[in-house]
Design a protein around this ligand. Structure first.
Ligand SMILES: O=C1O[C@H]([C@@H](O)CO)C(O)=C1O
Length: 556
């Protein structure tokens, strides 16, 4: 048998603003090499990906985060501005060089300001390496990158969100599948409520749907990832069941569903069999869940060959579960277990951190806060700052818990919350439990969904619960087959328990993956084993106090 050596896969990318029409309305989007979404990266387990990223934006910095890639040994390549590196200046090139060590469905996106909302994203697919095998069989595969789109530009959105009073961005105009959606017209016009006209498409438009062409009686793998700024989605394939086999780059115990929830920051693989009437075509749909939807369903077609792709399905598109049917969402989340043979969590933790999620007012500004601290990133990125003992951030770490008498079910002003940029310093090679505690937001009887994403790690999802977490909930933790993930949701008025091991030296963001919420302070920063981090590339340090340090030449 031939032994294929791991490859280094080089990419040369220019990030620039381009005119593009994601949904039929021309906008300015952040493109890569003149494309939106950015190019798909495909690699094999064990490969090294080397992206030579040049910032062609004229007046702003840029970074790219490789979502779901743990960056073992390369924390400076995680692509988080002010955390792992200095933003890349206009005209400059940064080399993101990292190993992809685990097969799965991933994506990448901007992680500076609201550049993800501006359209800076694309797919990253890691296939099994030579001699490895997937634990399931399929005849073909498709890749769907899901997103939401606003006609208001990301800079204006940033200003709106930073205003007093808050100007909330509202719901997206369009849902996009592989960067393509339809605004003010529908592919399923005869079924649309309120009525919309049929989209007049010739097929070459930037917003024309990408059609999935299949042969009857085959098994297909659908890779799905959500990079939405805000929307939680429900995905369905009309008339077809889906079998979930992968979540966030980890295999799960296969289970069958008619529709699935996918939150921002999550990825899945599902298998489906083309076992329906082969003379017909079928809808693939995405709908908003978890927030009162004001956005039309996103659609594309499953085209059974040799039917013409212009043969529209005779039945209406799938009807999504009600947006606030949280029991439906919980039932989906509770079906996800690790595939037998997956790594198991350590049986005990060394430390438990409980993170209360609240919406607050700080000096009249609407913010999100974690244990009463609303995150504002420092000028000097943490990684270099901690590695070189400069520590240019709040010396006092944020609290591990919140006051015992806090009622998570009640409206509360949280008037004592503050801005902060302190760090949770985690002892290297220890087991950390995180309890994400949801609460009532500013409005009465309102609590929202928040998908939390951890950088640098996968965590085990030990359980979900209702109301306030208490010690007696620990006995219900799933230590037998909890799924490994990098993103997990907290349901309204509920909690979610996570466990991970601090085995990856670096500084890692942990935050709500809803872009406006992160912008409003909804995140924390973890640091572990930073003294073990090898030489950080100078380009990652060339700003703030680490930039000054480089100029004074002491550490070169
Ligand atoms: O952060 C948010 O702000 C609004 C609302 O709470 C205030 O208008 C909303 O729905 C959010 O998710």
């Amino acid at each position: 048998r031939s032994v294929m050596a791991a490859k280094t896969r080089h990419f040369k990318w220019n990030v620039e603003y381009i005119h593009w029409s994601p949904d039929g309305e021309e906008s300015v989007v952040m493109g890569i090499n003149g494309q939106f979404p950015g190019p798909t990266i495909r690699a094999n387990t064990g490969d090294t990906v080397a992206v030579h990223l040049t910032n062609k934006l004229h007046t702003e910095g840029v970074v790219i985060h490789w979502h779901g890639i743990r960056q073992i040994g390369t924390p400076w390549a995680d692509g988080t501005a002010a955390i792992s590196q200095c933003a890349i200046n206009p005209g400059e090139t940064f080399l993101y060089r990292f190993k992809v060590d685990k097969a799965g469905t991933y994506f990448y996106h901007g992680h500076y300001g609201m550049q993800r909302s501006a359209g800076l994203y694309g797919s990253l697919i890691v296939e099994v390496g030579e001699g490895e095998k997937e634990p399931f069989h399929y005849d073909g595969e498709f890749n769907l990158l899901l997103s939401d789109w606003w006609h208001k530009g990301s800079h204006e959105q940033e200003v709106d969100l930073s205003s007093n009073p808050l100007r909330w961005i509202g719901e997206p105009q369009t849902l996009l599948i592989n960067g393509r959606g339809q605004y003010n017209c529908s592919l399923a016009a005869q079924f649309s409520k309120p009525p919309l006209s049929l989209c007049k498409l010739r097929g070459g438009e930037q917003y024309a749907p990408e059609i999935l062409r299949v042969r009857p009686n085959k098994i297909y793998r659908l890779r799905v990832a959500s990079t939405t700024a805000l929307a939680s989605l429900s995905l369905a394939i009309g008339g077809h069941k889906m079998v979930v086999v992968e979540a966030d780059g980890n295999y799960v115990q296969p289970f069958s569903v008619q529709d699935m929830d996918i939150y921002s920051g999550e990825s899945y693989s599902v298998l489906f069999k083309t076992d329906q009437d082969p003379t017909k075509n079928y809808w693939i749909s995405i709908n908003v869940r978890g927030r009162e939807p004001k956005t039309p369903q996103g659609l594309t077609l499953l085209n059974y060959l040799p039917n013409s792709a212009s043969k529209f399905p005779t039945s209406p598109p799938p009807i999504a579960p009600l947006w606030n049917d949280y029991n439906h969402s919980k039932s989906f989340s509770n079906k996800i277990f690790a595939l037998m043979g997956s790594p198991k969590p350590p049986p005990q933790n060394h430390r438990r951190i409980i993170l209360l999620n609240t919406q607050n007012k700080i000096d009249g500004y609407t913010k999100w806060a974690i244990n009463n601290v609303s995150l504002v990133l420092p000028t000097t990125p943490y990684l270099g700052s901690i590695r070189y003992g400069i520590n240019a951030f709040d010396a006092k770490p944020p609290p591990d818990n919140f006051p015992k008498d806090y009622d998570v079910l009640k409206q509360a002003p949280n008037s004592n919350s503050t801005y902060g940029n302190g760090v949770y310093l985690l002892k290297f090679n220890t087991t950390i439990d995180i309890i994400l505690q949801n609460a009532n937001a500013l409005a009465k009887d309102v609590s929202e969904i928040h998908p939390w994403h951890l950088h640098g790690h996968d965590f085990w999802v030990l359980g979900y619960g209702e109301g306030k977490f208490s010690e007696k909930d620990v006995k219900n933790f799933n230590l037998k087959n909890p799924p490994l993930r990098n993103t997990a949701v907290i349901f309204p008025f509920g909690w979610t328990a996570l466990r991970f091991v601090t085995d990856n030296p670096g500084v890692w963001a942990f935050h709500c993956h809803i872009e406006p919420h992160l912008h409003m302070g909804m995140g924390v920063v973890f640091a572990e084993g930073v003294h073990l981090v090898k030489k950080i590339p100078k380009e990652a340090l060339a700003c703030g106090l680490t930039g000054k340090m480089l100029m004074s030449n002491k550490h070169n």
